[in-house]
Design a protein around this ligand. Structure first.
Ligand code: FAD
Length: 462
């Protein structure tokens, strides 16, 4: 298929933001024959590559070694006391991310996407200005894509001036011996687990009654208990009343009058869509109160030539979602036309806590509001590995099944490699498989995942 080129514009598609969604959209549009210009004000690859998924997962691997060294003794290994060097990890992560930045540059070059380095803003529905350190360049475009992602919410209140965001944690110096993490979402829980594993004494403060709101409640409570068992001090319904700084040490007074000392306080209390400074109001692009940009099912804003996706629109702030949204938009603008709308209800996700949480489909709570009688299958056990490792870590698997249709509505897991296990079960939930089909599936023995196809007796029905 050949894209119709309108030579009255400098390009067919101008993309703002070289993160997950913007890079995918640029490459695919260019491969379909569109003339694409992409503007990026910071490092190529966006949040995921530079300040999110990738460096976080590398640090999570690093943190797991701590336990692995201790557990190896149960299998007959004798090791000298291991030592951790934070500067080595930071440097090795930095080198790997720089390599990935280079890979992205190469991919864009190979796809014939013109890259402009600088901060972009809209001047009108078909014109973008890009500001570099030395000058401003203007470009006209038939279509403009906003793929500017999100950023940590900067907090106000006690200690705000000394608070770190997740962006600041990757290159922190020195390593925090005592870390307080404020927040109850997945980023707060992941950083608590990672820094605990690397050797910090971690306290997690959350003002709500339960961590991981929106996830299956039973799974959230289970992982909270597992994290506590590992030694993270998790305080629910807890607030900071005052913060004082003495030298490098912050003294936190909590609302219950207890006092904590910390070298670093991380506030992971939410993210905001990055819609400010893009000139949207001036051009008439609607912006929601929370900063997200409303779009139709094809990712077009209320201005027909301006499109938006990824964290900026805020459907589900995950890299694979931004990628899938890019495929829908570019298919519609330059490809074979309309693609089926994305099914956000079956997007799987993992939380890289220790142990991990992974989930696909409906939580038990949401399923109860949408379906009639449910069958809940549950299996909680000590994994084979921990019969010798000395660890007390336990695993929980859960299936939510619609009793009338026998359809699998949700699958949830807390345990080692839960993200790897659940990816396969995401196929089952997405395909609308029944419990009977899971029952006909033969397990792989001995694995943790086989439990998902061997749970025969419902723990509850109602
Ligand atoms: P981004 O990747 O954020 O890219 C936006 C880009 O636009 C940035 O490079 C930015 O510099 C650029 N930009 C912004 N404004 C302008 C402008 N005016 N001009 C030029 N350039 C501009 N997702 C997962 O799926 N799995 C995970 O494990 C995971 N872990 C995460 C951990 C953390 C700590 C964080 C913060 C996020 C994590 N995410 C994870 C979420 C994931 O990173 C995002 O959903 C994803 O990066 C969104 O892609 P995007 O294209 O919308 O935006």
């Amino acid at each position: 298929m050949t894209v119709s080129v309108d030579a009255s514009y400098d390009c067919d598609l101008f993309v703002i933001g070289a993160g997950s969604g913007g890079v995918r959209a640029s490459r695919v549009a260019s491969q379909l024959g569109a003339r694409v210009i992409l503007a990026e004000g910071s490092a190529l690859g966006g949040t995921c590559v530079n300040l999110g998924c990738i460096p976080k997962k590398l640090y999570s691997y690093a943190a797991h070694y701590h336990e692995a060294f201790a557990q190896a003794r149960g299998f007959g290994w004798t090791l000298a006391e291991p030592e951790f060097d934070w500067d080595v990890l930071k440097a090795r992560r930095g080198a790997e991310i720089a390599r990935l930045n280079g890979v992205y540059a190469e991919l864009l070059r190979g796809a014939n996407v013109q890259l402009v380095r600088g901060w972009a803003k809209l001047l009108d529905a078909h014109t973008v200005a890009v500001k570099t350190t030395t000058h401003e360049q203007r470009f006209t475009a038939r279509h403009i894509l906003l793929a500017t992602g999100g950023e940590p919410l900067r907090i106000e209140g006690p200690g705000a001036q000394w608070a770190m965001s997740s962006d600041d944690m990757f290159d922190l110096s020195p390593f925090p011996k005592r870390l307080v993490v404020v927040g109850g979402g997945y980023i707060a829980c992941e950083f608590a687990s990672i820094f605990h594993g690397l050797g910090s004494k971690v306290t997690l403060l959350h003002r709500g009654p339960q961590l991981l709101r929106g996830f299956d409640g039973e799974m959230a409570r289970f992982v909270t208990a597992e994290m506590r068992k590992k030694g993270i001090d998790i305080r629910l319904e807890s607030r900071i009343a005052a913060v004082e700084r003495r030298g490098e040490v912050q003294r936190l007074q909590l609302a219950d009058d207890s006092v904590l000392e910390a070298d670093t306080v991380l506030h992971a209390t939410g993210r905001r869509a990055r819609s400010r400074g893009l000139g949207l109001a001036e051009v008439g692009v609607k912006v929601n109160e929370d900063g997200t940009v409303p779009v139709d099912a094809g990712f077009t804003t209320n201005v027909p030539s301006v499109h938006a996706l990824g964290d900026l629109v805020g459907n589900k702030a995950l890299t694979p979602v931004a990628l899938a949204e890019a495929m829908v938009l570019i298919g519609r603008l330059f490809g074979e036309g309309r693609r089926p709308a994305l099914d956000y209800a079956t997007v799987p996700t993992a939380i890289f806590t220790h142990p991990q949480v992974a989930t696909v489909g409906l939580s038990e709570e949401v399923a109860r509001t949408r379906h009639g009688v449910l069958r809940i299958y549950r299996s909680e056990f000590k994994p084979l590995q921990h019969t010798l490792s000395g660890s007390t870590e336990r695993t929980l698997l859960k299936l939510v099944v619609d009793d009338a249709s026998d359809r699998l509505l949700g699958a949830h897991m807390v345990g080692g490699d839960a993200g790897e296990v659940l990816q396969g079960f995401a196929v089952a939930v997405q395909a609308g498989l029944t419990k009977a089909q899971l029952d006909r599936t033969i397990g792989i023995h001995p694995t943790v995942a086989e439990e998902f196809v061997t749970m025969r007796v419902a723990a509850s029905r109602g």
